[in-house]
Design a protein around this ligand. Sequence first.
Ligand SMILES: CC(C)(COP(=O)(O)OP(=O)(O)OC[C@H]1O[C@@H](n2cnc3c(N)ncnc32)[C@H](O)[C@@H]1OP(=O)(O)O)[C@@H](O)C(=O)NCCC(=O)NCCS
Length: 158
Amino acid sequence: MAAEVVEIRPAEEGDRRPLALLFAAVAEERDGIAAEPPVDVDRRAASWRLDGTLVALGAGKIVGLLHVDVSGFGFGEIGMLVARDWRGRGVGTALVAAGVEWARARGLHKLVLGVFPHNEAAIALYRKFGFVEEGRRRRHIRRANGECWDLVEMGLLL
Ligand SMILES: CC(C)(COP(=O)(O)OP(=O)(O)OC[C@H]1O[C@@H](n2cnc3c(N)ncnc32)[C@H](O)[C@@H]1OP(=O)(O)O)[C@@H](O)C(=O)NCCC(=O)NCCS
């Protein structure tokens, strides 16, 4: 389906709360991201690192985010999510494209990320941009229900 994203732009001060609310909503799914409820929205909003965060706006609202956590060693680690109702419409693709561009402009040499093995949509998205699987951490993330999920490590040389 064609992208319906109006805009991808760097996060601004006024985005803190909508970012934290979107993060909390996706955490509620207990599926794609490591965070699970309860999410302290106020705390997350206050501590959100805006530098390196890109937001996707759809119908005037924040419908997706991508964050690049810049290390001191030249690589950046990505975290991202798209509002459930907006998935499958190219929002994630637009965010990763902008994230790669942002990382190159920052002079990073590599992007990395961790993804759950069952997250087919995310893995397909990253592969589309050339990310390759670099390893798999066994029983890495402990869930609230006591399960321990593997984490696939992916990387893209810029
Ligand atoms: C992963 C996620 C960010 C993808 O965002 P999106 O806006 O749906 O992505 P897009 O619409 O741009 O689709 C990107 C690619 O993913 C693949 N894809 C999308 N939906 C898919 C699905 N349900 N199953 C398999 N592959 C899928 C396709 O290859 C697609 O590329 P194409 O349209 O060129 O074929 C989104 O599903 C999401 O936020 N999930 C919950 C949070 C999460 O898992 N975050 C990532 C943690 S590592």
